[in-house]
Write a protein that binds this ligand. Structure first.
Ligand code: BGC
Length: 249
């Protein structure tokens, strides 16, 4: 197979896909997006993934990677964020492989975004511990040491004052509560300070759609660890899972 692969990023509101050149990390097709079916049921999501993959250009078979907002172990989704609870304990790899007629790779969405940043973006050539975070509906996290992924870190759910801090510091909390950037940054300060205390990273990378506006909040944070915006923005999940799928063939 060539160096191209298909990346699909499943989220609670949208499902995005593109063809990726896994040597350069560039998209070689338009990025397509369809809405996530209401309820986020497994069969419905699998059908939308099939439709979006079939709409991508190119006739040659390519590796396919699918990233998902869940802990993913050996192809099984072990949690479910903003999708149906039926994903918990489900053999997602078999579900998607049957729908698409070929074996696919399934991985956590933040892990996929981190792979893209480490291979092609803000984490390139950083050898120490990288903590990738995505600030969106939830907080996704991914850990890399010497460029290697330690999968399924769920550090978005760290408790501070007995509260799952994703509910306080995700971008959705800012939107829901109408917080200013300064107010939101106070929560981010607590969150990243806690991660810093626990992990002593070499670098924090901040992804998710809001990382486009990182100038509004990253300068407000006072941390020992360098903290930088992600470079691949909304395509990171697609690029990272495509690269991982290409590697796994
Ligand atoms: C989930 C993670 C996911 C993150 C971002 C969290 O709520 O627990 O698995 O990576 O949201 O989608």
């Amino acid at each position: 197979m060539g160096k191209k692969a298909i990346g699909v990023d499943v989220g609670g509101t949208g499902i995005k896909a593109a063809v990726v050149d896994t040597k350069t990390g560039e998209l070689t097709s338009e990025r397509l997006k369809l809405g996530t079916p209401d309820g986020g049921e497994p069969e419905d999501i699998a059908q939308v993934v099939k439709a979006i993959v079939n709409s991508l250009p190119g006739s040659k078979p390519k590796p396919i990677g699918i990233c998902f907002p869940a802990v993913v172990q050996n192809g099984f989704t072990q949690s479910a964020a903003n999708v149906s609870d039926r994903w918990i304990g489900l053999d997602a790899k078999t579900l998607f492989s049957e729908a698409l007629g070929q074996e696919v790779l399934v991985m956590n969405d933040a892990d996929a975004a981190g792979v893209a940043e480490v291979d092609f973006g803000a984490g390139r050539s950083v050898k120490g511990l990288i903590v990738m975070t995505t600030l969106g509906t939830g907080i996704g996290t991914a850990l890399f040491y010497k460029g290697r992924l330690i999968p399924n870190a769920e550090l978005g759910h760290i408790e501070i004052d007995g509260v799952d801090y994703e509910t306080m510091a995700a971008y959705s909390a800012m939107e829901r509560e109408g917080l200013s950037f300064a107010q939101w940054a106070e929560r981010l300060q607590r969150y990243y300070s806690q991660l810093e205390k626990l992990l002593s990273p070499a670098l924090f990378i901040v992804g998710g759609g809001i990382s486009k506006s990182s100038d509004e909040f990253l300068p407000l944070l006072d941390l020992k660890t360098p903290i930088v915006p992600a470079q691949l923005l909304n395509a990171a999940g697609i690029i990272g899972v495509a690269a991982a799928a290409r590697e796994s063939v």
